[in-house]
Design a binder for this molecule. Structure first.
Ligand code: 5RP
Length: 223
C-alpha cells in the first residue's frame, strides 16, 4: 500500500467521528484534504465546518460544505464536536508536531475549540521522540532575530521559511536538530518568548485518538 493509500484509509475512517447536527473542525494538509473530500458525503448531516486555513476553507466550500468562521460557530454551539487533522510527527503519548503546512496557529485554535481531536496519519509519522521533523514556530516578523537567537541557545538550528507568510500575516521559523524530551515543557518555553504566536508542538492540544494507516489497515491508538 502506498503512503497516499494509507492516508486515504484513515481519512475515510475518520468519518465515523463526525456526528450529525454538529460543527466539525477541519485541519490542513494532504491527509486533511482527503478527509474533506470524504466529508462531502456527510455535508447535509452536519451544520457545517470550521477551517484551520484559507486553503481548507476553499476546499470545503468547493464541495458545498458550509464554512463557518470560528467566532460565528461558537455563537451557535458551545464547542465543535470534533477536530480532524493530520500531523508531521506523533509520539506514544499522542503529542504531535504540526505546522509543516504553516497552519499551526489556526490549527491549535480550532483544536482547542473542539471536544475531541482525531489525528489522521500514515505510519511514517510515528516517532519515539518528537524533533526529527523541523519544529515550526509562527513569529511576528519584528521578533525574527530574537526568536532565532533563543532557538539557537536551546540547541536548535533555526531556519527562516523563505518566501512564506502565514494566513495571519506572520513568518515561520523551522527549528532543525532538536531532540524533544519534554514536549509540554518546550511548548510552554517557546510560547513564552515575546513575538512567538505559537509553536508546532501540540501537547496541550495533543490528539485524543490517532488513526494510523498501515499496510494492514487502520490502527486506532488511544481509545
Ligand atoms: C499543516 C499540518 C499538517 O497536518 C501536517 O503538515 C501533515 O500534513 P500531511 O497530511 O500533508 O502529511 O500541520 O500545518
Amino acid at each position: 500500500m502506498t503512503q497516499d493509500e494509507m492516508k486515504q484509509k484513515v481519512a475515510e475512517a475518520a468519518l465515523q467521528h463526525v456526528k450529525g447536527g454538529t460543527i466539525v473542525g477541519v485541519g490542513t494538509g494532504s491527509t486533511a484534504n482527503m478527509f474533506i473530500d470524504a466529508l462531502a458525503s456527510k455535508k447535509d448531516d452536519i451544520i457545517g465546518a470550521v477551517a484551520s486555513s484559507e486553503v481548507t476553507a476553499e476546499r470545503l466550500a468547493g464541495h458545498g460544505i458550509v464554512v463557518l468562521d470560528l467566532n460565528e460557530a461558537l455563537t451557535k454551539v458551545d464547542s465543535l464536536s470534533v477536530y480532524i487533522d493530520g500531523a508531521d510527527e506523533f509520539d506514544a503519548d499522542k503529542n504531535l508536531t504540526k505546522g509543516g503546512g504553516g497552519a499551526l496557529t489556526r490549527e491549535k485554535i480550532v483544536a482547542a475549540a473542539s471536544d475531541f481531536f482525531v489525528c489522521i496519519v500514515d505510519e511514517s509519522k510515528c516517532v519515539a521522540h518528537l524533533g526529527a521533523f523541523p519544529l515550526p514556530i509562527e513569529v511576528i516578523p519584528m521578533a525574527r532575530e530574537l526568536v532565532m537567537g533563543v532557538a539557537g541557545k536551546i540547541g536548535g538550528n533555526p531556519i527562516l521559511r523563505e518566501g512564506y507568510t502565514t494566513d495571519n500575516g506572520n513568518i515561520i521559523i523551522d527549528v532543525h536538530g532538536l531532540t524533544i524530551a519534554d514536549p509540554r515543557g518546550l511548548e510552554d518555553e517557546l510560547n513564552s518568548i515575546p513575538g512567538v504566536v505559537t509553536n508546532g508542538i501540540f501537547s496541550h492540544q495533543g490528539a485524543d485518538v490517532i488513526l494510523m494507516g498501515t499496510p494492514d489497515g487502520v490502527e486506532t491508538i488511544g481509545l
